[in-house]
Design a protein around this ligand. Structure first.
Ligand SMILES: Nc1ncnc2c1ncn2[C@@H]1O[C@H](COP(=O)(O)OP(=O)(O)OP(=O)(O)O)[C@@H](O)[C@H]1O
Ligand SMILES: [Mg+2]
Length: 427
């Protein structure tokens, strides 16, 4: 992409997502354009790999691929989930070096900044970073801390003139470019970590007015958000279909179930690494007495010794996507754990395991419409963005709850970044 020298003045929108990050650039008057981040791709998976063999650091698909193909090292995923967690200030041993999680987030943001400036030719004049409606549910103090930590990480990354915008408002600003008449829209952004909703009044003649401007602020009728997203669906499906094969809910010789903590951690993207520490490995070994079927314990030990947690979580995520897209049962390949081992994810069992979190997400959509003082029938459209909004059981649950209102599928992975870039215009 070629930018003329005049376009150095403008806004870089940074969608720092739980699973994927994206960048868009808007000059003073123009349309937001997605920046390429890895080859031709407009997204960079939010993943960092510390390569122990070559002492190098890798990002995105490159990071995931190196890790999954067996290169020695440490993979960090779901970094954004750490922002609201007490783990943020803790240090972790990475290839013999103690690193703080905030520093790891800063290094990822720095990589985004460098990939952007490479294309822009200069540092961006303004930066707008997206944030979910809540980083942490029902805890405003920790929520505020999470945004501050992100601001601090952005500062460490060398990003200047940074402001924040709610991710669903950004999604709405992007959608607004595409409509031809005034509409009341429920904007739905279901990502990897959070589900966010906004009821907003959109219209072609309102475009390009930043929402913070007094005459625009009243167009945002309500927001709501809940800390549930695609990584939680992966966790539920993992706990339902994979972890029982390693001993979850397995009855030991004394009639007690194997303690479940280890399975929760192994099924949770940002906690997997903790289970590979020498102390956690010793604890896992000692669990053998709790198993009647020692083969299940052997599988658990193989997963830990060969560090297969991320690979299994990845298999579950792929099966979730395949099952949703094809409407057919999908295999979860576990042959690296034990020859011939596999689990099957069917559309009906997926709907069953995801019923509770999906119910909470749909309730959050209702809450948003209620806060806006509207009845369901007053919405002109429901606009879907974020990768998990493509999940068929989610769309079915949402459509059942808002029957009669059209669901409009948007730019699933680039819309938030574009809207963030727009929201810096006119500042
Ligand atoms: N076709 C699909 N069907 C269902 N889920 C999908 C599909 N494609 C991607 N996903 C899921 O979407 C999620 C990633 O979406 P997205 O990139 O919008 O999230 P994010 O912006 O990184 O997260 P957040 O906004 O919550 O911080 C992952 O959990 C992924 O498994
Ligand atoms: Mg997102």
């Amino acid at each position: 992409m070629n930018f003329s020298s005049a376009t150095q003045h403008g806004t870089l929108g940074i969608d720092f997502g739980t699973s994927n990050s994206a960048l868009a650039w808007a000059d003073k008057d123009g349309l937001a354009q997605a920046l390429t981040l890895e080859g031709e791709a407009h997204t960079l998976p939010t993943a960092v790999f510390y390569n122990a063999e070559e002492h190098s650091t890798h990002f995105g698909r490159d990071a995931i691929k190196l890790y999954l193909t067996g290169t020695e090292g440490r993979l960090m995923r779901s970094l954004k989930s750490l922002l609201g967690s007490p783990l943020l200030g803790e240090k972790t041993l990475v290839n013999g070096q103690l690193l703080n999680f905030q520093d790891i987030i800063a290094s990822f943001l720095k990589e985004l900044r460098q990939r952007a400036t490479q294309q822009l030719g200069e540092e961006p004049e303004r930066v707008v970073i997206g944030r979910p409606v809540h980083f942490v549910d029902d805890d405003p103090a920790r929520d505020e801390q999470a945004q501050e930590a992100l601001r601090q990480a952005a500062h460490q990354a060398g990003l200047n003139n940074v402001s924040f915008q709610l991710e669903p408002i950004a999604a709405a600003l992007d959608y607004e470019r595409r409509i031809t008449h005034e509409s009341l829209v429920l904007v739905v952004d279901i990502g990897g970590g959070t589900s966010d909703f906004t009821v907003v009044r959109l219209g072609p003649n309102r475009v390009a007015r930043a929402v913070e401007q007094a005459d625009r602020a009243s167009d945002v009728l309500a927001t709501s958000g809940v800390h549930i997203g695609g990584t939680d669906y992966d966790q539920k499906l993992n706990l339902g279909h994979v972890m029982p094969l390693l001993g979850l809910r397995h009855q030991g010789p004394r009639g007690r179930e194997v303690p479940s903590g280890i399975f929760y951690d192994l099924a949770t993207w940002h906690l997997i690494n903790w289970r590979y520490s020498p102390r956690a490995m010793r604890e896992a070994l000692a669990l053998k007495d709790e198993y009647s079927d020692k083969q299940l314990h052997q599988r658990l030990m193989t997963v830990l010794q060969e560090r297969l947690g991320h690979q299994m979580a990845n298999e579950v995520e792929q099966a979730k996507i395949n099952c949703s897209q094809s409407g057919q049962a999908s295999q979860i390949d576990l042959s690296r754990v034990e020859a011939g081992l596999q689990a099957l994810l069917s559309p009906s069992s997926m709907a069953e395991y995801l019923h509770d979190p999906l119910t909470r997400v749909v309730a959050c959509a209702h809450e948003c419409v209620r806060r806006a003082g509207l009845s369901k029938g007053q919405l002109d459209a429901i606009y879907l963005t974020g990768g998990s909004s493509a999940l068929v059981p989610f769309q079915q649950a949402l459509q059942a709850a808002f029957s009669g209102t059209a669901l409009v599928e948007g730019d699933l992975f680039g819309g938030v970044a574009a809207g963030l870039a727009y929201s810096g215009q006119g500042r």
